[in-house]
Ligand binder design. Structure first.
Ligand SMILES: *[C@@H]1O[C@H](CO)[C@@H](O)[C@H](O)[C@H]1NC(C)=O
Ligand SMILES: *[C@@H]1O[C@H](CO)[C@@H](O)[C@H](O)[C@H]1NC(C)=O
Ligand SMILES: *[C@@H]1O[C@H](CO)[C@@H](O)[C@H](O)[C@H]1NC(C)=O
Length: 434
């Protein structure tokens, strides 16, 4: 009996492990909807998530739900498909959502043209400005044939060319359909535009056409994302229909797939597996080196791809040797990956600066789409010991020559003096005899 229980427990643990294995941060998803029935509009989307082992909890936004219990997140990700809800007393409000992101939670937020001020305020926290209520992105040149005459059903192929976020098939694939509201992307450097409108688009209210458009042409953002400094990801999509079953025949399905993978931390994840530095010719990591020592520094980085850790193939990793400011910034060479090794080693040989003090070896790798990795190790760099200086320095040859010539001169002088004295005695003797 006990054995059977053990097996069951093991199977359960294995299942849990399996369930947790897709996203690097967790599988608990909270889905927020305006109306409970709305989930029937996105069945294919939700089904694809369930296939990827996410556990979805549906909740009508107006029903209260706690994001935290005892200070811990109750969910790893939020899908926010409830743009309409206006209630100020909602437990899910811009502040609680920002707290959720601060605690490392990821959010996929999709809005429609009827978006509430709450959503707009939340987006503003990330320097994203959605257009006015009831406005649409309009393009009279690039619309789908199934458009109803308002030219709001756009087709766009302006994807970000970043394979950490979107796969190659999406970037080179078919255009996607989009009907919804545009946004303007601010200047925060953590923001990435993922999909934007064509040159001929503008964001406006198609009945009034009175006010200035919020943005025109390529500045109209359709999908944008931010990766916060704590690596939490928030993705803003200006169209709810984008996820609907109707649109899944065009390129949307593949894009949505990559978008959720990226947002929920299944893609573009880096980690450092080891770091080591030692003197050239020695194989021990020290805490103190001498100025001008030759150091070999290496670091191993792996990337999470298709649910497993693989060698990262970036080529632009750099090492900084810092005391207040970087004294040296040097490229690390990517070494070939050994078989069955799930990390790539980056290495360099560097001569330490001719300055002593406490230095930091820092690898600070921040690239759009990838999680930010920072690794620091502190070492002391000491000056030469007295017995480490070279015995004879070429620059001192004049002084050596000076000292030697002094000695030789002194000897010569003594020599001459002795003989002169004798002669002088003789002379004085002579004088006396005279
Ligand atoms: C254009 O949009 C307006 C507002 O949504 C709608 O009333 C109208 O029927 C649409 N035009 C067509 C041709 O469907
Ligand atoms: C805009 O759309 C046209 C027609 O679909 C396309 O040829 C053009 O490359 C697009 N422009 C941009 C900047 O994507
Ligand atoms: C270091 O790498 C960057 C980016 O890969 C490159 O632009 C730069 O020229 C490299 N510097 C040196 C000294 O090789």
């Amino acid at each position: 009996m006990r054995q059977i229980l053990g097996i069951i427990a093991f199977a359960f643990a294995a299942l849990l492990f399996f369930v947790e294995s897709k996203s690097t941060t967790g599988f608990r998803v909270l889905v927020l909807l305006d109306e409970e029935n709305d989930k029937n509009l996105y069945t294919q989307f939700f089904h694809s998530l369930e296939e990827r082992d996410y556990k979805l909890t549906y909740n009508k936004l107006s029903n209260s739900v706690e994001l935290f219990s005892y200070g811990e997140r109750d969910f790893d990700h939020i899908i926010h498909f409830a743009p309409k809800s206006k209630d100020k007393k909602d437990t899910i409000n811009p502040i609680s959502l920002v707290n959720f992101v601060n605690e490392g939670g990821n959010i996929l937020l999709a809005v429609s043209s009827e978006l509430s001020e709450n959503i707009r305020n939340f987006a503003r926290e990330f320097d994203i400005e959605f257009d006015e209520r009831d406005n649409y992105v309009i393009d009279h040149f690039n619309y789908d044939i199934s458009d109803n005459g308002n030219h709001t059903l756009l087709i766009s192929k302006n994807f970000v060319n970043n394979e950490a976020i979107l796969g190659k098939e999406v970037i080179e694939g078919v255009p996607v359909l989009f009907r919804g509201i545009g946004h303007r992307v601010g200047t925060v450097s953590l923001l990435t535009k993922i999909l934007w409108a064509n040159d001929t688009a503008y964001s406006c209210d198609f009945e009034l056409m009175e006010q200035e458009p919020l943005a025109i042409g390529n500045d109209v953002g359709l999908i944008s994302a931010i990766q916060a400094r704590n690596n939490a990801r928030v993705t803003f999509v200006g169209s709810l229909e984008f996820f609907s079953d109707q649109y899944s025949k065009s390129g949307n399905k593949a894009l949505v797939n990559d978008l959720t993978k990226w947002t929920f931390q299944e893609k573009g994840i880096l980690r450092i597996t080891s770091r080591f530095h030692h003197k050239e010719g020695e194989y021990e990591q020290l805490e103190m080196y001498r100025i001008k020592d030759n150091i070999i520094y290496n670091i191993e980085i792996s990337e999470y791809v298709n649910d497993q850790w693989q060698a990262f193939n970036g080529e632009d990793v750099q090492l900084e040797i810092i005391m207040l400011d970087p004294h040296i910034r040097i490229n690390l060479t990517a070494l070939p990956v050994l078989e069955e090794h799930n990390a790539r080693k980056y290495e360099t040989l560097v001569q330490l600066p001719d300055v002593y003090g406490v230095f930091t070896f820092k690898v600070n790798y921040k690239r759009p789409g990838y999680t930010y990795i920072v690794d620091t190790s502190t070492v002391a760099i000491r000056p030469f010991k007295h017995n480490e200086y070279p015995r004879f320095i070429s620059a001192a040859y004049p002084y050596y020559t000076g000292a030697a010539s002094m000695g030789v001169g002194f000897l010569l002088f003594c020599f001459v003096w002795i003989f002169n004295k004798d002669n002088g005695k003789l002379a004085s003797n002579k004088k006396k005899t005279n």
